[in-house]
Write a protein that binds this ligand. Structure first.
Ligand code: IYR
Length: 223
């Protein structure tokens, strides 16, 4: 343990309990307004805002702090077009053949289908990859631990950061989505596409499904 440096926890902040409550409430009030959106404006978003939100994501905890994630921010129209084309091909197969009726029934309230125009309309697609292993400067492999969990945590923080910044997101999971490695030039064996996050301003006329969240007593128990 003495071999590795430790530093004091200087950045931690304590608050009086009333302020803790206020901050927690405020955060909830902000985050509960988040909705997954499927209609986006093509209005551009400054890249600095995206960079800042990615900096938030990159603070996530990860297995052995190996930070097993890679984010590809796509704004190039031709690349977006290729992603849309490949995703819609997978989705056609999913909706017409692959999805069991039970899955289609579960999706029905969301009103989704095989058409994914938002993949071209939204200003940014962020393709998130989970790395099974990393590489040292000399090319040797470094095994990553809990990559899926770690990338899930980073993605949650990214979604929250984008929302707080005033942007809308859609967590899109075309399946399978290995085509993302091909189109975006990411390593095939080391990296698994985790999620395609669609980012932009919601269309003024965007409609969202009338669905809610489970009450706390259904999702929490105290022992
Ligand atoms: N990938 C398909 C189907 C789909 C699956 C789930 I689970 C969703 O929450 C929503 C959609 C699609 O994107 O349409």
């Amino acid at each position: 343990m003495d071999e590795y440096p430790f530093v004091p926890l200087l950045d931690y902040r304590a608050y009086p309990e009333d302020e803790m409550m206020r901050r927690a409430r405020e955060f909830h009030a902000d985050l509960k307004r988040r909705r997954t959106v499927r209609q986006f404006l093509s209005r551009p978003v400054p890249r600095a805002i995206i960079d800042n939100c990615l900096s938030v994501a990159a603070t996530a905890p990860s297995g052995a702090n190996l930070q097993p994630w890679h984010f590809v921010v796509v704004s190039d129209p031709e690349t977006k077009r290729r992603i849309r084309e490949a995703a819609e091909e997978e989705e056609r197969h999913f909706y017409r053949h692959r999805a069991p009726q039970e899955w289609l029934d579960a999706l029905a309230p969301l009103g989704t289908d095989e058409n994914k125009p938002f993949l071209e309309q939204a200003p940014y697609l962020i393709a998130i990859f989970a790395q099974k292993y990393g590489r040292l400067a000399d090319g040797r492999r470094v095994k990553h631990y809990y990559p899926t969990e770690s990338v899930g945590l980073a993605t949650g923080m990214l979604i929250a950061a984008l929302h707080i910044a005033g942007l809308a997101t859609l967590t899109h999971t075309p399946s399978p989505m290995k085509f993302l490695n091909e189109i975006l030039g990411r390593p095939k064996t080391a990296e698994r596409p985790f999620l395609l996050l669609v980012v932009g301003y919601p269309d003024e006329n965007a409609m969202v499904p009338d669905i809610g969240r489970k009450p706390l007593n259904e999702v929490v128990s105290y022992v």
